[in-house]
Write a new protein. Structure first.
Length: 285
């Protein structure tokens, strides 16, 4: 009898443990099913578009707490290739696609998120206030090597530009340089910020950047038919300032899910306010 009682007690105890285990598992399962699922997308490419993407990411993630948006630069060519080959969800570019890129990545869809202008910047100590496009071309192709050749002081010109992955360089090469070769002494950087920093610290330096990169440098006007035109937002919008361009975000096919939500946010009133806050030109009123 004692053996049977012990056996019965053991059975009851095991059953009790099993019930507790199942209840605990049920509780854990209930908590898990009720928790939000984290979503993640990657955005990469143009350092010109980068400030828009980063500011939009900050505001978007505050509203959508389960979203994680990984943003990085690298240049327009990097963004186009990454989205075309599926290693990024969204690419950023400050130039249009080349025919070879259109042929290689036929599914790419362009989303026009903002407009921009290319600014010519010099060190704050430079006395030059404006240049013609011909003078800018002459500086970048090596025709002019001293600032006194374009109305400045007797000082060597330090030419600063972007690397070959840059959409800003592509646009500058086509529109300003007319596809002539850059001077061999040009110092090349892989970001707008790199150029901005170099020019701000180097007497005699000249560089070209997007609208959001003017701290610590002097922005030149462009002489158009004898009239210096400052790159103000009004003059850029009216096309009086001659070097302007669209900025794009790219997807491989029509976006969906988090990528769609993020792009919709950038095109919303709040997102376009962010575009303006980082010194670019909204495309939606």
């Amino acid at each position: 009898m004692a053996g049977k009682s012990l056996s019965g007690a053991t059975t009851v105890a095991v059953a009790g443990i099993l019930v507790v285990f199942l209840m605990a598992a049920g509780c854990v399962g209930g908590q898990s099913s009720g928790s939000p699922t984290s979503e993640q997308i990657t955005v990469t490419g143009s350092t010109t578009v980068l400030p828009i993407a980063e500011k939009a990411r900050e505001a978007f993630e505050e509203e959508y707490t389960s979203a994680e948006i990984m943003v990085s630069g690298g240049g327009s060519s990097v963004g186009i290739k990454a989205v075309g080959e599926g290693t990024a969800d969204i690419g950023m570019t400050s130039r249009d696609l080349k025919p070879a890129e259109i042929a290689g990545y036929p599914g790419i869809v362009r989303h026009h998120v903002a407009d921009d202008a290319i600014l010519l910047i010099v060190n704050p100590g430079n006395s030059v206030e404006s240049l013609t496009l011909d003078e800018v071309r002459g500086i970048y192709n090596g025709t002019y090597t001293n600032w006194n050749q374009v109305g400045g002081s007797d000082q060597q010109i330090v030419v600063v530009g972007r690397d070959s992955a840059s959409g800003t360089r592509e646009f500058f090469s086509e529109y300003v340089l007319k596809n002539e070769d850059f001077v061999k002494t040009q110092e090349e950087f892989n970001s707008n910020g790199g150029i901005q920093q170099k020019v701000s610290r180097t007497p005699g330096a000249i560089g070209y950047v997007g609208l959001g990169y003017t701290e610590g440098v002097k922005v030149l006007s462009l002489d158009v038919d004898g009239t210096p035109v400052e790159p103000t937002l009004e003059k850029i919008k009216s096309k009086h300032y001659p070097i302007s361009r669209p900025l794009f975000m790219l997807t491989n096919g029509e976006p969906d899910g988090l990528a769609r939500q993020y792009l919709d946010f950038i095109m919303s009133a709040e997102g376009q306010e962010i575009v303006a806050s980082v010194d670019y030109i909204p495309v939606q009123e």
